[in-house]
Design a protein around this ligand. Sequence first.
Ligand SMILES: Nc1nc2c(ncn2[C@@H]2O[C@H](COP(=O)(O)OP(=O)(O)OP(=O)(O)O)[C@@H](O)[C@H]2O)c(=O)[nH]1
Ligand SMILES: [Mg+2]
Length: 357
Amino acid sequence: MHLNLLSGFLGSGKTTAINHACKLLQMQGFRVGVITNDQGTELVDTQFMAREGILTEEVTGSCFCCNFESFTRNMNQLLEQHQVDLIFAESVGSCTDLISTILNPLRRYYGEIKITLSVFADAKLLPIALGHSRIFKDSVNYIYKRQLEEADLLIINKVDLLEPTELAVLDSLIKKEFPDKQMVFQSSLQRESILNWLQKTETYEHFKERRSLFIDYDIYGKGEAALTWLDYKLELVSLEGRAGLAAELLISMLNRMIRERNLPIGHLKFLIEGGEESQKLSFTTMETADFRIQLSGKLDKLRMLINARVQCRPKSLQGIVDKALQRVAKQNGVKIALLKTSIFVPGYPRPTHRIIT
Ligand SMILES: Nc1nc2c(ncn2[C@@H]2O[C@H](COP(=O)(O)OP(=O)(O)OP(=O)(O)O)[C@@H](O)[C@H]2O)c(=O)[nH]1
Ligand SMILES: [Mg+2]
């Protein structure tokens, strides 16, 4: 079994890479499983993976490191009940210190499992995070940089969005910052790029000792607490078949209202479900908000799951979302039922194990 552990900031492209990798591996006859992770409990990523026909377990309500038992329980379940050859585990995008809290404990309690830690970074956001200008607060940036530091493989993702000159500048910047790191320049939308990443994870020298991060948990905790997590599950009902239009309006409005207030978006994810069909929509600070809902037919009823991770206070984000819901209901004559809501700031990170090497 190979445990392919993915880390990296919110929206860097982990789920996209896992989804494409699973499809390619399944076509080659491999059994694959995924463990998703989030501090929330209603996860767009889990439902998206399941809809894509990928065997998926989840660790919810905390990061992997703060719930090591749940992580290993899921791992064992995938191994014993489903006999998977390979597990992809996507850690939540605000989490770091995985060498001490996951890799070293796994090694101590489970022996020599083959593990690779791929850390994803958005090629557009990376130069900003490493440079002098700032989008996120210093404490959030601190998490971002610690994540990169502990990578076995540093995946510079979304390179399809860069001009060749931008790519050359980024290449020299990263080589200066991380001279000893193995780097992979990737577009997770492209088959060849995913195959290259998989090949790199397969051939990585797995059993060499990894150095634990030197990390200040107070800054780490402050960084996590700078972000608000908002999860809303709703139903849009329209007797005139306007639920799709209402969903589009809601998503555009949320994007606009958050950006107008200059609130940095970690990730704004939506899963829209209408009957048998579903669509995931995703926006980050670096990504513009052009999109279309592609569910077919006249839509009377839609379900929508919103996972918003934004740098602001919980009240601000709740105020924006509630206002947008009211406006959309009024303008479109749709009924919006809130099925589940949760708004919170992640608590101080208290890992189950912390083994230093
Ligand atoms: N252009 C481009 N877009 C990408 C690439 N990889 C991912 N994306 C887009 O980036 C956005 C975020 O991707 P996800 O895979 O959901 O990111 P994530 O790291 O799983 O995000 P979290 O689960 O919130 O931490 C989506 O809109 C993807 O389509 C890429 O290589 N190129
Ligand atoms: Mg994800």
